[in-house]
Write a protein that binds this ligand. Sequence first.
Ligand code: GLA
Length: 390
Amino acid sequence: MQDLDKLWKIFKDKFTDTGLTKGAFSAPGRVNLIGEHTDYNEGFVLPIAIGKKIIMLGQLRNDRRVRVFDFGYNTEIGFSLDKLIPLHKNTWANYLMGVVDEIQKAGYILQGANLIFRSNVPRKAGLSSSAALEVVTALAMTELNSLKIEPVKMARLCQQAENNFVGVACGIMDQYISCLGQKNHALFIDCRSNNYEPIPFKGHNYQIVICNSKIQRSLVNSEYNKRREECRIAVEFFKHKLNREIRALRDITIDEYKKYQRQLPETIARRARHVISENYRVQAGVQALREENFSAFGKLMVESHRSLKNDYEVSCAELDLLVDLALKQEGVLGARMTGAGFGGCTVNLLKRDYIDVFKKNIKNEYKKITGINPDIYVTLPAEGAKVYGK
Ligand code: GLA
């Protein structure tokens, strides 16, 4: 709350009071426990919202302008609701503009606003700081304008903003969990029906630990789009082979895959194997969590990493190193890369008592080999986007 008061003070220094509706909002980053590169294949994912978030304050204006101040980077941009064109500088603003554009395209009428935000979600670390910015903007703009958009629809609008305005062909997972995350629960999301089930993860004895490799590679988007295309080719192949409706890799069983794998080009076969097997791992993982069988869950995480590394080829040397180092530590049940890959973070499942030793050892050993100081965050599943009381 203290944070909010401080931010309101800055808001008041920055903008003249318009006398119109005001509000405070937040949206978190995320980490995915299992189910990687399955969302855009209409499959299953199991992410949690993390305890790092973006807080945004806003007040309506009497005109159609939006002014936004990014507190962390001390930059301000302005735009008109009637002229939304992607920027080449201050590209963070495209997430906001994209969201506003999608809300308007969906037929809602918006009024301008003054906005200020502050983030503690690490940027470009694969923890979805961009999804958090989209979601907090969508929440702020709709609430200030007294519009009600239900959370799944809001997640979809934010995903479309990223697809259409920012130009990244992402799936729905990041925006979905940022909107709908629940404290002490992972969300088992079916990315075909867009339904979800909260799966308890209270972490009395176990904790989620995130290791940031600090590696950022610019090829993420091009490789991401390439993987989507390879999956599409696999779907086309199975459509011709199987005598039933096939819409996505979600529709292929392991046995069908095995029967036809040799007829597929080798790379496409490996991509398909990752997605098909990962969908099974998510479902097995959900079952393991329901039974509080954390060691089974940990094993699935390790298998997931292997599949992402060897079959989907979206890992990198530093992520593999973090996973290998983690698996040598006492009290570690599982470790894997998380998010799109090619850098960013790993997610680890640990016995609570071993966290301090784990942190110390990973920091030392990763630094020794790479020269990089990794960041390590301990988190439990946190709540999703929210409106603060006035
Ligand atoms: C990124 C995308 C998500 C998802 C993951 C990989 O985070 O934004 O939609 O595809 O990569 O699982």
